[in-house]
Design a protein around this ligand. Sequence first.
Ligand code: COA
Length: 164
Amino acid sequence: MTSGTFGAPVRSRLQATLGATPPPPPCLRPFTGADVPPLAAAMWAAYRGTLDEADVGDLPGAAREIQLTLNGEYGTFLPGASFVADHEGRPVGAALVTLYRDEPLLAFLFTAPFHAGRGLGRGLVHAAMHALAAQGHATLSLAVTRRNRRARRLYEHLGFVEVG
Ligand SMILES: CC(C)(COP(=O)(O)OP(=O)(O)OC[C@H]1O[C@@H](n2cnc3c(N)ncnc32)[C@H](O)[C@@H]1OP(=O)(O)O)[C@@H](O)C(=O)NCCC(=O)NCCS
């Protein structure tokens, strides 16, 4: 997740106000504990070679980061606002959401490269926003590396604005 270590990429904090979000695509489903091993493979494939690769490190690191998220390292995990995209019965992307200092936080978003560019990332965030709004939350926040243009564009199109 967000790393404050020396040499880490510079990040911005973004926030979206949750309004009346239309329902997400039906191909997405809520996260379950059984998703951890296959999602770790998708996560490592997504982060490998990117500016944020060091956040994950390697395949065991991806499994560790997902488990840390579930265990509350980045705030209380919100399974009802965390979504998975499947392809042929296997998870290929996810949005993992926590409650950090009483505010929903998008702790991780990733799509395995082979499935990228098909709207899964956007749909996963959209699903999280829809679920959070239905649960009565007012905002969703996240930290994104400033030079991660692809993720930033996705977030901007979903109404996120820079707050720090
Ligand atoms: C960022 C990420 C989640 C996007 O996932 P995705 O499933 O490809 O997302 P989408 O298909 O919804 O597309 C996202 C945007 O990328 C654009 N895009 C599609 N294919 C692209 C390509 N080959 N190159 C650049 N942009 C592309 C889409 O048009 C879309 O932009 P838009 O909002 O202007 O329409 C994914 O690239 C990823 O896992 N990256 C590594 C992890 C990461 O950076 N996570 C975010 C941390 S904050």
